[in-house]
Design a protein around this ligand. Structure first.
Ligand SMILES: Cc1cc2nc3c(=O)[nH]c(=O)nc-3n(C[C@H](O)[C@H](O)[C@H](O)COP(=O)(O)OP(=O)(O)OC[C@H]3O[C@@H](n4cnc5c(N)ncnc54)[C@H](O)[C@@H]3O)c2cc1C
Length: 410
């Protein structure tokens, strides 16, 4: 089925897709741009952590998609099924084919709930919750508020995931709610993480270890959630055990079952299948399955007319909206340069930021780039918990997102 043609076609109208559409429109005009996006609503996901703690209402995090698409830009309400890069064509689920001169891939990532056996259909019941989906974030708040004590387990899958701090932020908030509700003394809180450290950047891992110690949280590293048995209230983990044999480290895997009364699940994540299974993705290495872009220019390594932004990109950064705020001006300028016959020379330095909520009114603002290089925006010790950074996270960043970043100004 023949469809339209656009000078720039954007796949996905999330944080990355809308930021770049708004910026490109200023240069090209709206009619040159089309966006393929199936969802009725756009979400500001960073607030879901606070929704999960009952601090903000979930409705404040969503806006109708139509209101986000810049005026004059065409919204194709469809689902991308396939990109035929050689033909400069995208095939949609409806069968519609849309051609382009330049393509921006911005479809974010997929939450692989199905990789956890027994989880399907269980979120929101039997003590299982998650802030990683809009509807479930509110249910998480209700389940944390109703917790009567017992075992509360908060899981963290292998990275990369979006907002790698969120799995523990909700735990610190829950701990405070349990204390306020008088059930903390009869509760055991565990952080069961697939990785070996609490946070990937050592400068921030150190204060987070102290927060966990202060809150008497049991840290269970090398624990990957693989199954839930809701009828028995058991979470099953693959625990990696490393032993030293004749000076060599040997790893073995054990199956560990832990009882829970409350289980906060963060699923494994990957690029959507249409990217992962295409020749647009890295086939091997640490970024296998993610969009094969240059980590500086965000231009596709095999197709000069394709760019990527946000969670879908195979770059060694931390996947956040804050990263997109820095990527958007760079990718926009590089696309314009290539359109006008120049090379893509603007470079993204890997900047990402994670407001690490450590309790009500307390945030450590972690800002860093590639290789964990610290990139603070404020001239003070950013490894400290601060009320000012809580205000930034809760009250200042949301309007900056809706009125600045999504309009192409920030
Ligand atoms: C609980 C939680 C807490 C977070 N906290 C923070 C934080 O504190 N700070 C921070 O900076 N970031 C945070 N993030 C991360 C941030 O929200 C994401 O990194 C950001 O939204 C990614 O933007 P994106 O454009 O890549 O993807 P998204 O914003 O997810 O948008 C992807 C879009 O693509 C669409 N799409 C998907 N598949 C297709 C398809 N086949 N065809 C067409 N369209 C498709 C989707 O419908 C969606 O609209 C958090 C995320 C979560 C879930």
């Amino acid at each position: 089925m023949a469809g339209a043609h656009f000078k720039v076609l954007i796949l996905g109208a999330g944080s990355g897709g809308i930021s770049v559409a708004a910026r490109l429109k200023k240069h090209l005009g709206g009619s040159a741009i089309g966006i393929i996006e199936p969802a009725e609503f756009h979400f500001y996901q960073p607030l879901w952590t606070l929704v999960g703690a009952g601090v903000v209402a979930k409705e404040t995090t969503q806006r109708p998609m139509q209101s986000m698409i810049p005026d004059g830009v065409s919204w194709i309400k469809d689902h991308v099924q396939n990109v035929k890069a050689a033909e400069k064509k995208v095939v949609c689920a409806s069968g519609k084919e849309i051609t382009y001169d330049f393509l921006l891939v911005a479809t974010g990532l997929k939450l692989d709930w199905g990789k956890i056996k027994g989880l399907e259909g269980q979120l929101g019941g039997n003590g299982i919750c998650s802030i990683y989906q809009y509807a479930d974030a509110e249910k998480t708040a209700q389940m944390i508020a109703a917790f009567k004590g017992g075992d509360a387990i908060f899981t963290m899958p292998p990275v990369p995931i979006k907002c790698a701090g969120a799995p523990q932020k909700i735990m610190y908030l829950a701990e405070e709610i349990f204390t306020k509700n008088g059930v903390r003394e009869k509760s055991r809180i565990s952080f069961a993480a697939a990785g070996k450290v609490i946070f990937g950047v050592p400068a921030f891992a150190a204060p987070l270890m102290k927060v966990a110690e202060r809150k008497k949280i049991e840290l269970k590293f090398s624990h990957k959630l693989i199954e839930v048995k809701p009828e028995a209230y058991l979470a099953v983990f693959e625990k990696t055990v490393e032993t030293l044999v004749n000076g060599e480290t040997k790893a073995s895997v054990e199956r560990v079952e832990l009882h829970y009364d409350l289980l906060h699940v963060v699923p494994p994540m990957s690029a959507h299948d249409y990217i992962r299974e295409s020749n647009l993705a890295f086939v091997s290495g640490p970024q296998a399955g993610w969009l094969k872009v240059d980590q500086g220019t965000l231009q596709h390594q095999d197709h000069a007319n394709i760019f990527g932004i946000g969670d879908v990109t195979g770059v060694p950064n931390s996947k956040t909206g804050a990263a997109i705020r820095k990527q958007a001006p760079i990718v926009t300028q590089n696309m314009i340069d290539v359109m006008e016959g120049r090379k893509a020379t603007h470079i993204y330095d890997g900047y990402s930021s994670c407001p690490l909520i450590t309790g009500m009114g307390k945030v450590i603002l972690a800002e860093f780039g590639y290789d964990g290089k610290l990139m603070p925006s404020f001239p003070m010790d950013m490894t400290k918990e601060r009320r000012s950074m809580w205000i930034l996270k809760k009250d200042l960043l949301p309007p900056m997102y809706w009125h600045g970043m999504m309009k192409g100004w920030l």
